[in-house]
Every structure is written in C-alpha cells, then in structure tokens.
Design a protein around this ligand. Sequence first.
Ligand code: G6P
Length: 608
Amino acid sequence: MCGIVGVAGGIGERLGSALKKCLERLEYRGYDSAGVAVTGAGGIIVRKGRGKIHEVEARFNFTALDGLSGIGHTRWATHGKPSDENAHPHVDCTGEVAVAHNGIIANYRELKEQLTARGHRFISDTDTEVIAHLFEDYVKAGLPALVALRETIRRLKGSYAIALLYSREPDRVFFARNVSPLVVGVGEGFNFLASDIPAFLGYTNRVITLHDGEYGYITPSSVYVEKNGEPVNVEGRVRVVNWSPEAASREGYPHFMLKEIHEQPKALRETWAGLDMGYVSKLSRIIAEARRVFITASGTSYHAGLVLDHLLAGLAGLDTHVFNSSEYRKYLRLVREGDLLVAVSQSGETIDTLMAARVFRERGARVLAVSNVVDSTIPRESDYQLYTSAGPEISVAATKTFTAQLMILTALAANAALYNGGIGKETYSLIMSELEQAPDLVNATMINVEARVRHIADKVKVKASAYYLSRGIGLPIAMEGALKMKEVAYVHAEAYPAGESKHGPIALVDQGFPVIFTVTDDDYLDPLEGNAMEMAARGAYTIGILPSKHYARLGKVFTEVIQTPDASPYLLTIIQSIPLQLLAYYTAVLRGYDPDKPRNLAKTVTVE
Ligand code: G6P
C-alpha cells in the first residue's frame, strides 16, 4: 500500500512528467492522494494533494516541474485521513528535506512527542513526517547526510521504504528499506527507486532489489548501499527483467483488469514454459515427505491455496492445513521441524504472508514460496521458490496471476500424488497434458463466453447481493468469483459450499436473487442439481457455469448457462475462473465503477 518513486539524473524529459508516469504505474498500490517533490538549484519544491494522480496533477501541474532529482508518492491512507496535508512528500521545518514513505512507523507517536518537545512543528497527522524531522535534527547536529539517514532509521520501529530528498545534496535521492518493498532501476546517466518494477519499466529493465536494513542513495551515475554502517556491493545483484514496458500499459484496453483477463492464455503459456519440471518433481517429493503441509496466503492467492489444499489432501492423501496468513499466530505452538509451509503470494510482499513464513522458519519448518515476482521478499526469505511467469499484474484485482498459480500448484500436487502413489501414471499424464492445453482452452473459453457474460452482468448490475455456490474443488473458484464481484463491482457476494446453503443463506433468497453455481466435479452432480432446484423454487436467478458434457443434463436447471469446454476438475478450476472474472469486470463497468481502482483496496498490502 502506497507507492513511492525516486529518480536522480537526466532522463530526456522533465522530472515532473517522468514522476507522473512512474506513479501512474504504481497507482494500484493506493490512490487517495499523490504528490511529488523535486530538488535543484532553487531548493525543494513540493506539489501534493488529495485525489488520484491525474486530479492532483490537474490542480498543481506538477509535470511542469524539473530539477536534478525527485521523489513521488501515491497514497493508501493508514495514519491520517486522505487530505492535502497528509499527502506525501512530507517536509521538515526548514523545507530542506522531503520524504515519501510506504509502511508504518510504529513508534511515531513517541518520536513526534520528543521532536515536538525539541521545537519541531508538525503539519500532518501522518507517521511519515517524523522521518523528515529526525533527519533534520541529525543534519543540523552536523552529521553528513548518509550518517543522518542511518541514525534516523535506527530510531524507527516498523516498516518502511523511504525516498528522501535533501536540498544540500540535490543530485541524489536517499533511500532506506525495512519490510516494505523497494527496488532500484539502474539506467545510463540516471537511476530510479520504486516500490515495484513496473514503475520504471519505460526507462530501464535493470533492477536491484534492496534488502531489509539497507539504506543509501542513488545519483545519476551510481547506486550506493550500506547496511549497519558497512558498504554493500550490489553490482552482482543487478538483474535484467524480461517484462516489456508495454506489459505495464493498457495497450488499448479500457482497463488493466480486462487486459489482464485477456492475457491469461499468454500468462499460462509462459508459466508452463517457465516451469522446470525437474525442480517441480524435487519439490513435490519434499512436499510428500513433509510431516505436515501448511498452506498460507491472502485474498485471491488464498483461494489458489485452497485448491492446493484440496489436491494435496484429495489426490496425495497428505495431512494439510490451510489458513489465511493474517491468522498465523494460531499455529505458533504447533509448528516444528519436519513441517513445510507453502506461502502463496503474487507480489511476494504481503506482510501477513511474510510474517507467517518468518515464524514458520524460526520454528524449524521449511518454506516454499510461490510468487509472480522474482526476488521479492517472501521468495527471498524462503527455502524454495516457484514462480509463475504471468508478467506484471497492475490491476488491483488479481486475475492472470490466479490462474497461473492454479496451474503450477496443480502441477505440483499431481507430482506429489504420483510420487506417493496417490494417483497412477495415467491420471498424472491426463492432468499434466490438460495443464499444457490450458492456454488454448482458456482462449476458447474467453471467445465463447464473453458476450454471454456481459448479458448476464447487465442483469446482475442492479442486484445488491449474490451467492456463489459449489462443491468440491469448484468451491475455491466460487469463493474467488465472489471476491472479485465484491472487490470491483461492490455487489455483496458470498460463496458457500452448496450443501451449506440450506443452513442459513437460503433465507435471503427471493425473486431474482442471483445464485451462481460452478460445476466442476462429476461426483457432485446430483446434490448440486438439487441445490440449484431449491434456489429456483424460491425464484432465484440461477447461473450455472458448466462444462459442455453436463449441458444435456443440467442445461435446463438454471436460468442462465455459461458453457465451458470439457475438462477434468483439475483444469476446470482454471477455465471456470474466466467467466467469473469477466462477470465481476462487466458488472463493475456497467455499474459505472473503475475496476482498476476499487475503493479502499490496494494491490499489495504491506501493513498488518
Ligand atoms: C490484496 C490484493 C489482492 C491479492 C491479495 C494478496 O488484497 O488486492 O488482489 O490477492 O492482496 O496479495 P498477494 O500479492 O500476496 O498475492
């Protein structure tokens, strides 16, 4: 939450304009306020305010600003409501220091009191402002800027990625990182800092990921990093990422969400191609031999984790425990050596998932991270890493990374089940060959269902609530469908095991109430048909998402049917996600909302 950016050097355009472009690519991290600061011969100039980046730009014309270096911020409020005063960057008493920050300074109250007692004047309600004043104190005491930064962060408790301008050293941007993500973009004659790689992809694809405890500065020609007062050599850490700049632009689509939904065939193809099957098989042995397998994640990744749980228990007969990562404390006494934690996180930065991974490792468990961002914090701190290759995902609502997660988790589970004899070679080959065909089948699904889904969205757009029901492995997919609907269309949507619908939810169902069924497992056809009939008998508007093999039997049971290609349940998870994503997208658009900027949400949640 919150995106920060910094740039030092000449990039062939005004700094204000480059900062705006970078911030727009981080807007998924928060968009309730924005601001930039630049520094040059005339000192620091700050332009900031409440609102989305383009609104703040319209008020303050910050793209006209230029200088030797600059910082920018797009905010998701934690401390202090969204307002002009609370927007970043924040300055010290002298106006010689400006700070953009992502994270939470846990001890800011105490620091603020101390600083106020020393005569500092605070303007905002934010935790961030203490950083500018602490730094001011240290440079006033005569410390060189880098030492002042080191002393400043020594006083901070909590999480932070910081970009800081100091007008007496106008050619550089100082930085520090603890927990919150921060990367350097290495250029020719310029260097960038950002919360995430897409911010500067239009300028460079050479990246250094900063680690916790590191701080330093970028100048137009150098990147200087220290930890605990000792220089850190980062030359060997420069990576070239193969994400194209177009990957971080909408390319003609009205929204990133729609673009990313449509990118799924490509994301799946590249994820499949990027899988090292030797490594997958090694990991699957580690899973099959673990004492117990814990699975953790948040949001959409949690639903992918539920599918893994279903497959590892159902196919491989393993002792699995799946939990929302924010609830990890429940397991503190339970975990021990021999256990394995699978931590699923698209961004690799979600704070709760990171915390869960850390405490599991501290207690002797091994951790396998599944992420879309190479070298992000969770994979870096884990024993094993598996990556999806879905390309950068900008839309707050995860879509292509979800199906890519399903693909690799299903491959992993199939390998584990083959290894421990849960399934034979034939079932294994069927699952693997289906996964290989996933890109084509997803493509076919997209072409076949989009118009129909749009028509259904036109009906759903006026509804206040919806249920998503399923049984078996289709349930996590129904849960993901309901989450998408809530996130972007603001329709109250709940998923239940269809069997549970009679234990409460059905009380709400009346004429026209939308109930969406995902039908994946053949074993559950009879009870699911019964549940659909029960809903229909109460006047519900039922929508069945079915593989075509069940059309003859169930086609007439639902008010609306969305037919998908035939496949086993292991692939239907991926295929049936497509209409559910499209339904949420079109419902949001038809209700007049911007699905790329769902209110109150951020793509990467870096505060507990
Ligand atoms: C936020 C995002 C979701 C995402 C979740 C977990 O809530 O809005 O789209 O699924 O975080 O993120 P992760 O990066 O850990 O998968």
